[in-house]
Design a protein around this ligand. Sequence first.
Ligand SMILES: *[C@@H]1O[C@H](CO)[C@@H](O)[C@H](O)[C@H]1NC(C)=O
Ligand SMILES: *[C@@H]1O[C@H](CO)[C@@H](O)[C@H](O)[C@H]1NC(C)=O
Ligand SMILES: *[C@@H]1O[C@H](CO)[C@@H](O)[C@H](O)[C@H]1NC(C)=O
Ligand SMILES: *[C@@H]1O[C@H](CO)[C@@H](O)[C@H](O)[C@H]1NC(C)=O
Ligand SMILES: *[C@@H]1O[C@H](CO)[C@@H](O)[C@H](O)[C@H]1NC(C)=O
Ligand SMILES: *[C@@H]1O[C@H](CO)[C@@H](O)[C@H](O)[C@H]1NC(C)=O
Ligand SMILES: *[C@@H]1O[C@H](CO)[C@@H](O)[C@H](O)[C@H]1NC(C)=O
Ligand SMILES: *[C@@H]1O[C@H](CO)[C@@H](O)[C@H](O)[C@H]1NC(C)=O
Ligand SMILES: *[C@@H]1O[C@H](CO)[C@@H](O)[C@H](O)[C@H]1NC(C)=O
Ligand SMILES: *[C@@H]1O[C@H](CO)[C@@H](O)[C@H](O)[C@H]1NC(C)=O
Ligand SMILES: *[C@@H]1O[C@H](CO)[C@@H](O)[C@H](O)[C@H]1NC(C)=O
Length: 832
Amino acid sequence: MGFSSNMLSVLFILFCYLLQVNIAINTITSSQFIKDAETLISKDGNFTFGFFSPKNSTNRYVGIWWKSQSTIIWVANRNQPLNDSNGTAAISEDGNLVVLNGQKQVIWTSNVSNIATNTSSQFSDFGNLVLLESTTGTILWQSIQQPSDTLLPSMKLSINQRTGKNVKLISWKSPSDPYVGNFSCRTVERLNIIEVFIWNGTQPYWRSGPWNGGVFTGVHTMTVAYFFGFRVGDDGAGNIDIYYTLQNDDEFLIYQLTSQGKLDETRWDDEKKEMKVTWTTRESECDVYGICGAFASCSSLSSPICSCLRGFVPRNIEEWSKHNWTGGCVRRTPLECERVNNKTTSTKEDGFLKLKMVKVPDFAEGVAVTPEICRSLCLHNCSCIAYSHDSGIGCMSWTGNLLDIHQLQSGGLDLYVRVAYAELDRGRIKTSIIISTVIIGTLIIVICAYFCWKRTSNHPAKLWHFIKSAKKKNNKAFPIFDQGGSPENYTSDNAIGEMSQVKLQELLKFDFEKLAAATNNFHFSNKLGQGGFGPVYKGKLQDGQEIAVKRLSRASGQGLEEFMNEVVVLCKLQHRNLVRLLGCCIEGDEKMLMYEYMPNKSLDAFIFDPSKNKLLDWRTRHSIIEGIARGLLYLHRDSRLRIIHRDLKASNVLLDEELNPKISDFGMARIFGGREHQANTSRIVGTYGYMSPEYAMQGLFSEKSDVFSFGVLMLEIVTGRRNSIFYDFENSLTLIGFVWIQWTDDNILSLIDQEIYDPSNHNYILRYIHIGLLCVQEHAVDRPAMAAVISMLNSEAALLPPPSKPAFILRQDMLSSKSSINNVSITQIGGR
Ligand SMILES: *[C@@H]1O[C@H](CO)[C@@H](O)[C@H](O)[C@H]1NC(C)=O
Ligand SMILES: *[C@@H]1O[C@H](CO)[C@@H](O)[C@H](O)[C@H]1NC(C)=O
Ligand SMILES: *[C@@H]1O[C@H](CO)[C@@H](O)[C@H](O)[C@H]1NC(C)=O
Ligand SMILES: *[C@@H]1O[C@H](CO)[C@@H](O)[C@H](O)[C@H]1NC(C)=O
Ligand SMILES: *[C@@H]1O[C@H](CO)[C@@H](O)[C@H](O)[C@H]1NC(C)=O
Ligand SMILES: *[C@@H]1O[C@H](CO)[C@@H](O)[C@H](O)[C@H]1NC(C)=O
Ligand SMILES: *[C@@H]1O[C@H](CO)[C@@H](O)[C@H](O)[C@H]1NC(C)=O
Ligand SMILES: *[C@@H]1O[C@H](CO)[C@@H](O)[C@H](O)[C@H]1NC(C)=O
Ligand SMILES: *[C@@H]1O[C@H](CO)[C@@H](O)[C@H](O)[C@H]1NC(C)=O
Ligand SMILES: *[C@@H]1O[C@H](CO)[C@@H](O)[C@H](O)[C@H]1NC(C)=O
Ligand SMILES: *[C@@H]1O[C@H](CO)[C@@H](O)[C@H](O)[C@H]1NC(C)=O
C-alpha cells in the first residue's frame, strides 16, 4: 500500500517535471513564468501564447497564434520588440501580466490598476488570454478587449459617442513588423447610421455601407441576413458593438486587417491544411473609398470603372478622360427646386432617378418613416439630394456631395437621386428608344383589348376580357401571378380560368350610376375611410341593403393589380371571418369593389381608441382573436386554395354589428400552388410593425409570416397598444420587446391598461400573451401554425411551450425618436 502511493507520487513529480521540460504550461502565476521558447497552451490545444519572430525579422514578440506561428492573432509588445531571446512573460509584483526583457525591464504590461497581487493568467475560450484574480476567478483583463489586427469571434469593435472610447483593429506596419501601421478598422456611427470603416491614417479607405440589422448593405456577398453571423449590439451604456459569432464550433474563421489596408476573412481549410482568404474588402479598385469622386458611380465590370451618375457630367473633362477621377462630376441641368417651393408651375417638378443595387453614398442621415414619406420628405426639401429606403434602416437621405457609390452585382440598396425634370425626360426618351418595340407591341395588344372590351361593354364578358388582356399584356399585373424571380411555377395559373361566367355575371350586376346613387354621388359625408388605394364609402342600395364601396383612385395605377387580385381571391372564398365581396364595377377608368357593410368599422378604431377600448370585454376579445385565427386558418388550409394574406393588421380586420371579426383587403394576398410552402419575392409588401423578419429582410413569405402578423395583432388586442407607434423611450423597445421584457420579468400586469384589466380573467390574459409571443418568435419554424394557435386558444389546460426571444425587440436604434412609424401599407420596396 505504502509502496504504491510512494510510487504514484514519484510518478506524479516525474510527470510534472516532464511537463516543465516540454515547456507547455496552461497557467502563468507569480511563481510560474514563461521564458522565450516556452509556451502557454489553451485547453483544447489550438491556441498558443509565447514568443515568436515574424518572417524576415529577428525581433522577438510575445503573442498568441492558432495552430502555428503563421497565424498570429494577437501581439502584446508590438511597438517594443525584444532584440534577443532573454525575454520572459510573467505576473509582476503589482499583479499585472508583463513582458520583461533580459534586464528585467517591463516592456509591456496589461496595465490594470489597483489589483490584488494574487493573480494568474490563462486562456479562456477561443484564443482569449485572461488575467484572473486567482481566489475569486474575477477577470481583470482580457486580450480580446485589446485587439491587435485580428477580429476573433465575439471580439467587439466598439465605439462610445459619450466617452469617445474606441476599440479598433490596427494593422501591422508590414508583414514582418507588428508595429502599429497606418490602417485601422472600426465602427462608425454617423447621423443614426452604423457602418464599419477602414481608415488610412485619418482618411477613409473603405466602408461597409450602412448596417441594416442583418447585413452591411454595401457588401455584395452579404445578401442573406444572418448568414455572416454579424451582430450589432447596444449595451445601454452608450457602447455600440459590432461582433460576429461562428456558425459551427469546428470552424475557424477570423478577419485580419493586413498592412495594405485590406480586411481579409480567412478560414481554415481542413483539406488543404492551410488558412485561406475567403472574402476581402479589396476585391476591386471600386472598393477604394471615393475613388470616382462626387456624383459618380464605380462599377468594376465596366471600363473605365468610373462613370458620372445620369444627369451629371465630369467637372473637368480633360482630367476625367485621363482617368483622374478625383474631381468628380457636376449636375448638367440645375434643379427646379426653388420653383416648386414657390408654388408656381409644378409641371417641371424635380424627380428621382433610380440606381439599383448600389452601395449607397457616405454621410447618410437616418429617419424612421415609410418609403412614401421618405420620398416626399426628400422631394419637398431642397437640400435633399438623394434618398434610399431599407426596411431595416428606415429612410436615408443625403444633403451634400454623393461620395463612394459602388454599383454592386448583388445585394445593395436602391438609391434615388434627385434630378431636374429635363433629365427625367432625357432618361425617358433614352429608355423609350431602347424599348420602343416592346411598347409598340404592348400598345397594340392594349388597344385591341380596349376595343374588344368597348364592344362588349355592359356584358359580363368585359371583365373577362379585361382580365385576359391584362394577363396577356403582363403577367406581373397580378401579384398572384408574380413569379417573384423564382423559376418554380408555384402560382395557380388557373385561378382566373376557373372563375365562371355565372359568377362574373353576378359580380357585375352593379353599374356606376347605381353606385353613385347608392353613395349619394360619393358624397363626403358617406366616406367611411381611406384605404391604401382609394376612399371607401358607405352606400345604400334601392332595396335597402347597406354596402361599402371601395373606389380606386383614378391616379393610382398600382391599384389595378390589387383590384384584380382582390376580385379573384374573394370570388373564390367564403368564410364567416372573411369580408364578403358583393360585386365590382369597371367602367372607363372607374374601378370599384362592393362589400357587405360593417357598421362597427375596423378593429383598430376599437382597440386603439381609449373610449371604445373599454367596450371590449375579455370574452369579446377572445372571440375576436379566435375569429381572426379561424379566418386565417381558412386562408392557409381549409379553402381550396392556399392563400397568404401578407397584410394582416388591425385596420384590415372589420367588425360586424355583433363584433364578429372579418378579415379584409386581399389586394396583397398571394395564392400558392398545392405543394408550395414558401415563396420569395423581390417586391415586399406589407405594413411596418406587422412584417416578419424573414419577409422584411429577405422577402421570404409563408404561412408563418402571416402567423407573425397575427401574433403582433394579438399582442395589440391584449395590451390595447399599437405596435407601430409604441415607443418605450427609455429602452428603445418595440411593443414586442416591451411585452417580452415584462414577460421575462413576470410583470404582465404592467402591460394591461388598468381600465380594461379584469382579475377574473388573469389566466386568460397570460395565455393570450404567451400565445402572442409564440407567434412572433424570430425563427419562422418556431412559430406555431394557425391550426395549433386555434387549439392553444381553446384548450385552457394544454401546456404551452416557452416562447423563445421574439424578433424586433429593439426599435432600430438609428431611427430618430421623434418620427413615428406610419401606419400605411408599403406597396413597394425595391427588392434586393
Ligand atoms: C522575406 O524576404 C524575402 C527576400 O528578401 C522576400 O522574398 C519575402 O517576401 C519576405 N517575406 C516577408 C513575409 O516579408
Ligand atoms: C538590445 O536592446 C537593449 C535595450 O533594450 C540594448 O541594451 C542591447 O544593446 C540590444 N542588444 C543588441 C544585440 O542589439
Ligand atoms: C541573453 O542571452 C544570451 C544567450 O541567448 C546571452 O549570451 C546573453 O548574455 C544574455 N543577455 C543578458 C543581458 O542576459
Ligand atoms: C497605464 O494606464 C494609465 C491610465 O490608466 C496610463 O496613464 C498609462 O500610460 C498606461 N501605461 C502603459 C504602459 O500603457
Ligand atoms: C493565491 O491563490 C492560490 C490559488 O487560489 C492560493 O493557493 C494561494 O494561497 C493564494 N495566495 C495568497 C497569498 O493569497
Ligand atoms: C503611413 O503614413 C505616413 C504618412 O502619413 C507615410 O509616410 C508612410 O509611408 C505610411 N506607411 C505605410 C506603411 O503606408
Ligand atoms: C495612405 O495614405 C498615405 C498618405 O496619408 C498615402 O501616401 C498612401 O498611399 C495611402 N495608402 C494607400 C494604400 O492608399
Ligand atoms: C481545436 O482543434 C480540434 C482538433 O483540430 C478541433 O476539433 C476543435 O474544434 C478546435 N477548437 C477550436 C476552438 O478551434
Ligand atoms: C487630378 O485632378 C486634381 C484636380 O481635380 C489635381 O489636383 C491632381 O493633381 C490630378 N492628379 C493627377 C495625377 O493628374
Ligand atoms: C421665389 O420666387 C421669387 C421670384 O418670384 C424669387 O425671388 C425667390 O428667390 C424665390 N424663392 C425661393 C425660395 O427660391
Ligand atoms: C431639409 O433638410 C435639412 C437636412 O436634413 C434639414 O436640416 C432641414 O431642416 C430640412 N428643411 C425642411 C424645411 O424640412
